[in-house]
Design a protein around this ligand. Structure first.
Ligand SMILES: [Zn+2]
Length: 185
């Protein structure tokens, strides 16, 4: 019987890990599918071993259990992906926009996927932005895809020269603080 508890926890864990993504829903679907299969196989076994009369006793527990696993899975898959306070991340591609807050609020586009804040605030806008991104990617593929993946800000600490390369591609180099520049002159 403990196995049922462990199974439910596993499905919920899968839903939680893949939350707000297709993976979480896939975990729930797989979890329910396996239960349906177990139920069917058990039905056949019961008939072969002639205890089919007792099947309703098993199923009166099995069906609510499936409902429970599904409901818990949906709860976990819908949990928000928490982001550190004070940081801004693109709601479409999760790109870190913390340094671009002002530009983004003025209607700027995410450097990674090209979506604006207004677009990503609604489900419909996100779908549209994703579609536009796909069209862009297929019509003019990113020339430095490999480099772009390695330079992703979530990949941890970047060495100085990787950071320099990124500056050459995307952003002007950092300006020296005004105070220090004056004192140097
Ligand atoms: Zn983005």
């Amino acid at each position: 019987m403990l196995l049922f508890v462990v199974y439910a926890v596993l499905v919920c864990y899968g839903a939680f890990i893949g939350r707000r993504r297709l993976g979480g829903w896939a975990a729930i679907a797989a979890g329910i599918l396996i239960l349906v299969m177990v139920n069917t196989v058990h039905g056949h076994i019961a008939r072969v071993f002639h205890y089919g009369d007792l099947l309703p006793v098993f199923r009166v527990l099995m069906y609510p259990y499936m409902g429970l696993v599904f409901a818990c899975g949906v709860f976990f898959v819908m949990l928000p992906i928490e982001l550190p306070r004070g940081e801004l991340h693109c709601r479409l591609c999760r790109y870190d926009l913390t340094d671009l807050i002002e530009e983004m609020q003025a209607g700027g586009r995410c450097p990674e996927c090209g979506a604006t804040l207004a677009m990503t605030s609604t489900r419909r806008g996100r779908r549209q932005a994703r579609l536009q991104q796909r069209i862009r990617d297929t019509s003019s593929p990113e020339p430095m895809t490999g480099l772009r993946i390695r330079l992703h800000p979530l990949s941890g600490q970047q060495s100085d020269d990787r950071a320099d390369q990124q500056d050459q591609q995307r952003q002007p180099p950092d300006e020296e603080p005004a105070g220090r520049r004056k004192s140097a002159v």
